[in-house]
Ligand binder design. Structure first.
Ligand code: ZN
Ligand code: FE
Length: 255
């Protein structure tokens, strides 16, 4: 029996762990070592590290962690990720025999050009590409690349547990309400999120079918999102242009 558990890092990053009953664990995106080292002191035994992209808040703890606890590390091909990880790319498979699970590697450029996701055991580790009710900023990629990546993730099975890199759900929800006025499934999800957050619990993982139903960035074809874009003079026959307009709107959204 494996258990999924996010370790909070910095103010809103999650370092995802999957552990078996003996504490053997997979660790995803350790942006700082401290939370993982404390978990090790409590019995966690990392058997592999997965990295989704090069940003410091996702890889910053790797060197210190590996110095204390050697384990194979899997990362995208990107010189900005130092050390000697096993480099993986689209179509590769990462096996974690200690836990009896494996992951398909998906290239999902947009937030960064070399961003990857890991999908396996009913779990998706998608870093800063897909968030609950939102998506990552496009620091390096184009709208076409980011939308292509989100479209690809959206085709995974509906019961996939979406393990995002940040706790951004409530802020994303405020924008989602503006981007699509009438969405009862989204409102139910926001009520659930408010309850979880008030109790100090993560809003994640979410389920992929929930994101398809609620996340405006997966819903650029929906009448509600198009109506909201239309009210801003930004509806378009091109879904890439609609996505770009939605992402641009979110970038400047205050409220
Ligand atoms: Zn990032
Ligand atoms: Fe991040």
């Amino acid at each position: 029996m494996l258990s999924l558990h996010p370790l909070l890092a910095f103010s809103d990053n999650y370092i995802w762990t999957i552990a078996d009953g003996d504490g053997q664990a997979l660790v995803v995106d350790p942006g700082e070592a401290g939370p993982v080292l404390r978990a090790i002191d409590a019995g966690l035994r990392p058997v592999a590290i997965l990295l989704t992209h090069h940003h410091p808040d996702h890889i910053g703890g790797v060197a210190e962690l590996l110095a204390r606890w050697p384990a194979p590390c899997y990362a995208p091909e990107d010189a900005r990720i130092p050390g000697e990880p096993v480099r993986v790319g689209d179509g590769d498979r990462v096996e974690v025999p200690e836990l009896g699970i494996g992951f398909d590697v998906l290239a999902i450029p947009g937030h960064t050009l070399t961003h990857i996701a890991f999908f396996g055991a009913g779990l998706l580790f998608c870093g800063d590409t897909l968030f609950s009710l939102g998506c990552g900023r496009m620091f390096e990629g184009s709208p076409a690349q980011m939308l292509g990546s989100l479209d690809r993730l959206a085709t995974l099975p509906g019961d996939t547990q979406v393990c995002c890199g940040h706790e951004y759900t409530e802020a994303n929800g405020r924008f989602a309400r503006a981007a699509e006025r009438d969405n009862p499934a989204r409102d139910r999800r926001l009520a659930e999120v408010a309850t979880l957050r008030q109790a100090g619990q993560p809003s994640l993982p979410s389920r992929l079918d929930q994101e398809r139903a609620c996340n405006p960035f997966l819903r650029v074809d929906s009448a509600g999102v198009r109506a909201s874009l239309g009210a801003r003079g930004e509806d378009s026959a091109s879904r890439i242009e609609r996505f770009a307009a939605l992402r641009g709107w979110k970038d400047g959204f205050a409220g």
